[in-house]
Write a protein that binds this ligand. Sequence first.
Ligand code: NAI
Length: 416
Amino acid sequence: MNYDIANPELAEAGARRVEWAGRRMPVLQTVRERFREERPLEGHVVAACLHVTAETANLMLALRDGGAEPLLCASNPLSTQDDVAAALVADGIPVFAIRGEDSDTYYKHIHAVLDHAPAVTMDDGADLATVLHTERRDLEVIGSTEETTTGVIRLRAMASDGTLRVPVVAVNDSATKHLFDNHYGTGQSTLDGIIRASNILLAGQTMVVVGYGDCGRGVARRADGLGAHVVVVEVDPVRALTAVMDGFRVMTAADAAPLGDVFITVTGNKHVLRPEHFAVMKDGAILANSGHFDIEIDLASLYAESVARRAVRENLDEVELPDGRRLLIAAEGRLVNLGAAEGHPADVMDMSFSNQAMAAEYLIENRETLEPKIYTLPEEIDERVAAIKLAHMGGGLEQLTDDQKAYLAGWQEGTS
Ligand code: NAI
């Protein structure tokens, strides 16, 4: 078997983590049971470019139970859990990922999974899809799935300029993905990453959250819960107003820059913090990013201005500026929740990855009719995922009476 990982001897430790995560993924276990019986992915190679974590390992196992031949490479050079990669390889699933790999190795690994001529590709940030539309146009795939907001934005841009040549399921657009993973998952794990990188007490700190989308709202609410003074920076007036009504101060990045003790970017955009902001930040301010790429904080400009740079803790670099102020960068400006912590808890990836597994099934099942467009999974799948999760969390679901169904479907009753 072909693979490229850091250390196969870490397999036992990785297997324990995979098992632990699996225990907290009841929806995915339900999908696995059905997959074992129905084998909907039989004989298809599925190449995944996802964060190599214990939760992803459980998705790979689910795909294999469905009859697929899964392969995995990393969607971020800093998020790979080397022990999990080793556990998957020991279990017969090829992995091409090494934590901290350089850019050349990262792309070599992307090509390595594509060399297996996959029927379906799975992305978190559209890296496989981008290569399929550039250097590997020779490959024919049934379709692709996309996990995150940033990837979906890119793929929609490809669809609108006519470049997209494969059907794509935007898993991020499922309600049981973005309303939970982006909100609760990113909310908790981003703070987990900042705390692990710095060990600061968040209570009483001014925390500037740049971007108040699904992720930003989760981060802001959790920071608030830990006693931080949250300031929100937004470009969308409706979201900015929502932040005000949620009880946060909203201001421009320029006004927030001198106030923040901690900055977190979650916009999916580039250079939302840049030299004019660095120039007025406090000595000791911590800068972290939880948006997909490492370009939200303009680190190239910051490093170009700096007089010294050193690691002060694991995943925390200190950058000294000519006037003596020091800014601290968590996880090299890459996803802080995956670089400095373990990413989202399994409990929430349970739903995201159940959607991923069913997206692969959807592409294969409907391959004769799908066009090169962006698809969202049918609402029934969202409802099924939510209902199973709810039942596992001990929630009861009220049912409509026939009378209520008729009332909601009609218009005459109650109008006089
Ligand atoms: P979203 O589209 O719901 O929210 C992004 C917000 O940022 C929008 O409200 C937008 O108006 C705002 N924004 C854009 N440019 C801005 C600027 N210059 N200044 C201030 N605000 C600005 O997106 P979502 O789902 O919250 O995702 C945000 C990013 O996080 C994406 O890159 C996504 O891929 C990534 N993500 C990261 C995860 C993680 O594990 N860390 C998990 C899920 C998503």
